[in-house]
Design a protein around this ligand. Structure first.
Ligand code: SAM
Length: 331
């Protein structure tokens, strides 16, 4: 749809919604372009592998500057068997062997975080998920490692554990980190990406997992903002393999570790069920439609060349589409 440029001459006059109407996604790839990048990009680490060992020893063998994105959701460091029934889960569907941290949490965190700068490319980013109780240790380790905190995100989920004499925790902290402030890749595909993300926890009935799965929508945002198709996503604590399935479904490559050998069979069945690129959407389709914007800001109508409206197809990637995609993926 053509958007009139006439208004450009009227300087210093703010029109709500207009910048959003004119917003273009800086980097976007069609499905065919992404498939090509996925199939042709070379990597220094073996593609699409989960290694069942301690990430602290495993990371020593990763070549320097070999990953484009790190997604790390470390164990909590509190007594957590992974079998807690607090999220309405059946214990028999939760896999045994979740590995908690028995050593000093600060020391453990410092060990694995200190290895990130070596394995990250200069353009790479890292997202570390942490509860508020461990946040101090994570921030100290990040500073010691020399990584730069670009944003401190809050992931707000729909409910927490009932409390009697304190507030209910219903958020996580996510540090968005980079190795090189000048070189990191950031694809700002939303006009106004805020640092508080409201994303519900997911429960898929009847699926075996350990008790700490991150929502796919969260991982997909990390991937979309911070990688190009075909790039390498590294996760030192694979857990249920959410990073791996999302990466594969979005035409990205993955590599990572999981210390709990029992997760191997869970990973194998889950990852095989995801077809490469089956979650993939061109980022341009994820913008709000012109119709949505005009509904929200009716005065924008005068900036549109309405003669083209009927001929255009505008998409919106919302939760309904996502549900269809997941179904498509598991066919
Ligand atoms: C919070 S969970 C990760 C959940 C994951 N993000 C997901 O969506 O399923 C942390 C995982 O790290 C694993 N783990 C603990 N210590 C580890 C270590 N030193 N190396 C590799 N994995 C480890 C645990 O067994 C657990 O599966």
């Amino acid at each position: 749809m053509a958007i009139s440029t006439e208004h450009k001459q009227r300087k210093n006059r703010y029109t709500s919604g207009l910048a959003q109407l004119r917003f273009e996604v800086p980097n976007a790839w069609t499905k065919e372009e992404s498939l090509y990048l996925y199939q042709t990009k070379n990597h220094k680490v073996p593609i699409d592998q989960i290694v069942y060992e301690d990430c602290i020893t495993g990371m020593e063998n990763i070549p320097p500057a070999s990953v484009d994105l790190v997604i790390a959701d470390p164990p909590f460091g509190i007594e957590f068997s992974g079998k807690t029934g607090q999220y309405n889960r059946k214990a028999e569907l939760v896999t045994d062997g979740y590995k908690e941290i028995t050593e000093n949490y600060a020391e453990f965190t410092e060990k694995w975080v200190s290895m990130l700068p070596k394995i990250m490319k200069p353009t790479a980013s890292a997202y570390i998920v942490s509860g508020w109780t461990n946040l101090g240790d994570v921030i100290n380790s990040v500073k010691k490692a020399g990584l730069t905190v670009v944003n401190h995100l809050i992931w707000k989920y729909q409910f927490g554990v009932f409390t009697k004499k304190k507030f209910v925790t219903s958020h996580y902290h996510i540090l968005f980190l980079v190795k090189d402030e000048k070189k990191y890749f950031f694809n700002k595909y939303e006009f106004y990406p805020e640092d508080v993300w409201m994303i519900p926890r997911e429960y898929k009935s009847g699926q075996e997992k350990n008790g700490t799965k991150l929502p796919e929508k969260l991982i997909e945002r990390f991937i979309n903002f911070s990688t190009r198709p075909g790039e390498m996503v590294f996760d030192p604590f694979m857990g249920n393999g959410t990073t791996a399935t999302c990466a594969k479904g979005m035409f990205r490559r993955y590599y990572g570790f999981e210390i709990n050998q029992n997760m191997k069979s869970v990973h194998e069945s889950l990852i095989v069920s995801v077809k490469p690129g089956c979650y993939y959407r061109d980022l341009r389709e994820m913008k709000p439609t012109v119709e949505d914007l005009v509904r929200k800001y009716p005065h924008l109508r005068k900036y549109l060349d309405l003669s083209t409206v009927e001929n255009e197809n505008f998409y919106r990637f919302d939760d309904v589409d996502r549900k269809n995609l997941s179904e498509e993926c598991s066919k």
